[in-house]
Ligand binder design. Structure first.
Ligand SMILES: Nc1ncnc2c1ncn2[C@@H]1O[C@H](COP(=O)(O)OP(=O)(O)OP(=O)(O)O)[C@@H](O)[C@H]1O
Length: 524
């Protein structure tokens, strides 16, 4: 099979087995945490290989070793059958490895072309002129059906297009093995479909793709083989065609997992939230909510479906007291102030509103603070934590330890800084803090983004239990499966307006998808 990359090939000849990549006995510890234990894996060339595992199973650590970010304590890496040391990411790139991170590494105010050539000038490309680089880029974009304007400024592009730039950047550096870490977390369903077409195209041209994802549907749809990690170990590698989502879930978590939400019909009580003609204009003067009406009752989950960017974030922010708006919001019959002053979030909490923000790292946690500090964040005036003059750190630690145990946060160490937990465990810390306040109204944005299926089952159970205790839940999620499974009622947001409301039993993903695209339904 010939390499599809442009320019001189730098990848050594393949071993007899046709393996693109082989890891043997990789181990890595962070202090007492054994993140990778004696991991061995073989990935055949020209295949899409999935890697799945619970939060904290060690997937990102393993990929970081492969990309030269971390040095393994033990083990060997073979690329194309040849033993390769990867002390840094330059070496990884020179060895034909490309990585597309969850959080893109592009320079926002540079053009696509500038981003693609940035850092590649003095490697294999031997400083091609910009005209030559442009030609290479457009040829690559054409070859892999990834149309993108080389002169567009990256910050003006949609997330899906920015991801395409990341992939093109890796291909420009002649990557033969492309690693994607949860690539669809930020994409719309249509963008995700397009990404999969691109990945299949790359595979058909002989590239090897490693896909890390929590979504078993994606594993089943696009991978050829899949490896399962559990608590730092590689527990199984199977052919995708010979497995099922249920089997993979069990391999991952070590027990059977309910892949659907199990809940009784809602028995809604009094109205908790009434929103009338809510309008929000963002700091750039763009109208983000254009007159929203919503009602939410006790004991009910209202799901807000929509493609990201259609006003959901602003809805959560204005309800949570982090942004200002006009119109009217009543909580349990009482009007609340919409001016968005600094004290509003605190006032909302005092009125029984809890908020799990969409972006846990920026809005939900202080990453350099310990878990025990984060667990008190926003509620530090709670008498259980002492007084303003003397915060009782021991009480906060104890409270944190209890919450960590009940929410199965791993590792259950209150002293660890938030940044050192895996993404899913960070999310559980925020959820534990907000849900255990037993709020009358829970605002919850993207509750299971980046969260493994065992934890999704747990988080969904917690949300349903809160509802069954008679609380109201406003759920914002871009995952239609989640909206369909959890909601008692669904409102679809498009371009700052509610396009329609449906009962989950009376609609399907097709109809919701149309509403999400603004294509039909009665504008409210
Ligand atoms: N820099 C670090 N310092 C200390 N511990 C770390 C560090 N990076 C990772 N860990 C720990 O190593 C373990 C493996 O983490 P890793 O991020 O590889 O998991 P993951 O499978 O990618 O999880 P997720 O699905 O949540 O992204 C976790 O227990 C994590 O807390």
């Amino acid at each position: 099979m010939t390499s599809a990359s442009l320019g001189p090939s730098h990848t050594p000849a393949l071993g007899d087995e046709g393996l693109a990549l082989e890891l043997r006995g990789i181990s890595k510890a962070f202090g007492p945490v054994q993140a990778n234990k004696d991991i061995s894996i073989q990935v055949r060339r020209g295949t899409i290989h999935g890697i799945i595992g619970e939060n904290g199973a060690g997937k990102s650590t393993l990929m970081s070793i492969l990309y030269g970010f971390y040095k393994a304590d033990a083990g060997e890496i073979y690329i194309g059958g040849r033993r390769t040391e990867i002390p840094d990411s330059q070496t990884a790139i020179a060895s034909g490895i490309g990585m597309v991170f969850q959080h893109f590494k592009l320079v926002p105010n540079f053009t696509v072309l500038e981003n693609v050539v940035l850092g590649a000038e003095d490697g294999a490309m031997l400083r091609p002129s910009l005209a030559k680089a442009r030609k290479l880029l457009t040829d690559l974009a054409h070859e892999y059906e990834m149309d993108v304007d080389p002169d567009a400024v990256v910050e003006d592009l949609s997330v899906g297009l920015q991801q395409r730039v990341e992939i093109l950047k890796a291909l420009y550096r002649e990557a033969d093995i492309l690693i994607l870490d949860e690539p669809t977390g930020v994409l719309t369903p249509a963008e995700a479909d397009h990404l999969f077409r691109i990945l299949r195209g790359l595979r058909d041209q002989g590239k090897t793709i490693i896909l890390i994802t929590h979504k078993l549907r994606e594993i089943m749809e696009i991978t050829d083989s899949v490896s399962v990690m559990r608590r730092g170990e590689m527990t199984a590698t199977v052919q995708t065609a010979k497995t099922s989502p249920e089997q993979l879930a069990e391999l991952m978590v070590g027990r059977k997992v309910l892949l659907r939400v199990d809940k009784a019909p809602a028995t809604p009580g009094d109205t908790v939230l009434e929103v009338r003609n809510l309008q929000v204009v963002n700091s750039q003067g763009v109208e983000k909510l254009r007159g929203i009406d919503l009602d939410l009752r006790a004991g009910e989950i209202l799901g807000i479906a929509g493609v990201a960017g259609n006003g959901q974030s602003e809805l959560l922010q204005v309800l949570g007291g982090y942004a200002s708006g006009t119109g009217s919001i009543r909580i349990k019959g009482q009007e609340i102030d919409l001016t968005g002053t600094a004290s509003d979030a605190r006032t909302r909490r005092a009125r029984g509103i809890a908020h799990v923000p969409e972006d846990r790292q920026r809005e939900g946690l202080i990453m350099d603070f310990h878990a025990w500090e984060n667990i008190a964040f926003g509620y530090h005036d709670d008498a259980r934590y002492g007084s303003a003059f003397h915060m009782d750190n021991a009480a906060m630690r104890e409270d944190c330890a209890g919450k960590m145990e009940r929410f199965d946060v791993r590792p259950p160490d209150p002293s660890l800084e938030a940044k050192n937990f895996s993404g899913g465990n960070q999310q559980k810390i925020v959820l534990a803090r907000e849900i255990e306040r037993d709020p009358d109204l829970l605002l919850i944005g993207q509750p299971t983004r980046g969260v493994d299926i065992g934890a999704i089952e747990f988080i969904h159970q917690q949300i349903v239990a809160l509802r069954d205790r008679g609380k109201a839940i406003l759920l914002v999620s871009v995952e239609l499966d989640e909206i369909m499974g959890l909601s008692d009622r669904i409102a679809v947001l498009f371009d700052g307006r509610i396009m329609g409301e449906r009962l989950p039993s009376e609609t399907d993903q097709g109809e919701l998808g149309l509403l999400m695209a603004g294509m039909s339904g009665e504008a409210a």
